[in-house]
Design a protein around this ligand. Structure first.
Ligand code: ARG
Length: 461
């Protein structure tokens, strides 16, 4: 049943019907469509548009419908109906149940304010789940961080061993990123949680309804200010997709780091059998599929963000059917993001750290060269001069195929007589770490303190 038959003489073309329908994807909003309809019926009653008895009847029927769609089969049945969208479906079912009275529900309402209300309610529900998953992921990072405070590994720039860090410190870096994702989502939620219902088609509704009360009854913070904007606004979709894109970028960088740590070349960690797969041909292979999939799924999320931005660009006010294209990318993104957060948490839970290999890699890469430069600065050289000398010492060590700490004092003296025997204690990995006490540095006591703070923040005792 179409909601708009009266003005038309001829039937819609079947091809157009198929092209136009959104039911195949907006059926996901069925719960939100029904609950918002219940709230709407109460508003109609309070404004004396329907009687109390009528409202109770409508509400009961809608509750029945809500119960019915709890089973998967029934939900699937929605798809077999011939309805144009989920709003038409809900109204059709209501009329099936209570007859003529069901036809009163749409008084003062348009699908334009209805769809964006449903979508906001759905987004809000999903944001809470995403926030939980982002917290769970941070908790896994904390667990791993706590048990690996003493594991020294190389930190990289340009994928070259740069300076020693600890495995814990690496975990804390990701905690920072996912914390920002949480704050971005909470911020998006503030702007999203404003009710457009009662905006009508575009210019407000002609019935004297209390939009503010209606908004609060659905858990919104308030109602929107301008109906023209309310039915046109999809900023919250863009914000959610952009928050998702940034978080997926973090997840993809995490994946890439771990794929590298797990590679035969690095072997810093070993991934569990439970999240890896084998090769059909090469028996020795254990592939990091979970991480490769996270890394790649970032692409489709970016795609959805670009897609909605392009859909909305230059779109005249107010509602246009173009906006129906906001949903599939959003639905896919939220699922993908949630799946990837859960998968990343699982990967961390079963990871094994090869601390000896990590340490050896940190020792081998001349990642303590900066210490020689700092040492010479303390002896009075300018940093530029000190940098040059330590570079020469590193080159010498490379030619000798030796780490810096195994060079003789006489070798150091070729390059600078300012170097004394105490150089050896300055260039140990432990010393490199311990010195970095400026805020945010890798000094172990600071890392320890950061872990403590994160545990407190995440309620881990
Ligand atoms: N299926 C539509 C959408 O997703 C619902 C709103 C339809 N409004 C309209 N005027 N045709 O955007």
């Amino acid at each position: 049943m179409a909601l708009w038959g009266g003005r038309f003489i001829n039937e819609s073309d079947e091809l157009f019907k198929k092209f136009n329908t959104s039911l195949a994807f907006d059926y996901i909003l069925v719960k939100e469509d029904i609950t918002a309809s219940i709230s709407w019926s109460k508003t109609l009653m309070k404004s004396n548009i329907i009687t109390k008895k009528e409202q109770i009847k409508i509400e009961q029927a809608l509750f029945e419908l809500l119960e019915e769609i709890k089973t998967k089969d029934k939900k699937n049945n929605i798809l077999f109906s011939n309805c144009e969208d989920i709003h038409s479906w809900t109204e059709e079912k209501l009329i099936d149940k209570i007859g003529e009275l069901g036809k009163k529900l749409h008084t003062g309402r348009s699908r334009n304010d209805q769809i964006t209300t449903d979508l906001k309610l759905w987004c809000r529900k999903k944001i809470y789940i995403l926030l939980d998953n982002l917290i769970e992921l941070q908790k896994s990072f904390i667990c791993l961080s706590e048990t690996n405070e003493s594991v020294i590994m190389p930190g990289y720039t340009h994928l070259q061993r740069a300076q020693p860090i600890t495995f814990s410190y690496w975990c804390l870096a990701y905690i920072e990123m996912f914390r920002r994702d949480v704050s971005r989502l909470k911020d998006a939620l503030k702007r999203l949680n404003i009710s457009p219902l009662g905006s009508g088609a575009l210019a407000g509704t002609a019935w004297a309804i209390d939009r503010e009360e209606l908004a609060l009854s659905m858990g919104f913070n308030r109602s929107t200010n301008n109906a023209l904007d309310s039915v046109s606004d999809r900023d919250y979709v863009v914000e959610l997709l952009s928050s998702a894109s940034i978080s997926m970028m973090h997840l993809s960088r995490f994946s890439e780091d771990v794929i590298f740590f797990n590679s035969g070349e690095a072997s810093f960690i070993e991934l569990s059998d439970s999240i890896t797969s084998g090769s059909s041909l090469m028996p020795q292979k254990k592939n990091p599929d979970a991480l490769e999939l996270i890394r790649s799924k970032c692409g489709r999320v970016y795609g959805s963000l670009i897609s909605i931005l392009v859909v909305l660009k230059s779109l005249p006010l107010s509602y246009n059917k173009d906006m129906q294209e906001d949903k599939e990318g959003l639905f896919d993104t939220i699922k993908t993001w949630n799946d990837c957060l859960c998968m990343a948490t699982l990967v961390l839970k079963n990871i094994k750290i090869n601390s000896d290999i990590c340490r050896r890699a940190a020792e081998e890469g001349y990642s303590n060269a900066t210490e020689i430069a700092d040492y010479l600065v303390k002896k009075g050289l300018t940093f530029r001069e000190a940098h040059k000398i330590s570079g020469q010492i590193v080159l010498h060590a490379i030619h000798q195929k030796k780490p810096l700490h195994s060079l003789k004092l006489s070798t150091f003296h070729i390059y600078s007589t300012l170097i004394d025997n105490d150089i050896y204690k300055h260039i140990t990995l432990e010393s490199c770490l311990k010195k970095r006490i400026s805020k945010g540095g890798v000094a172990p006591h600071q890392v320890h303190e950061e872990i403590r703070k994160a545990k407190k923040r995440l309620n881990i005792f």
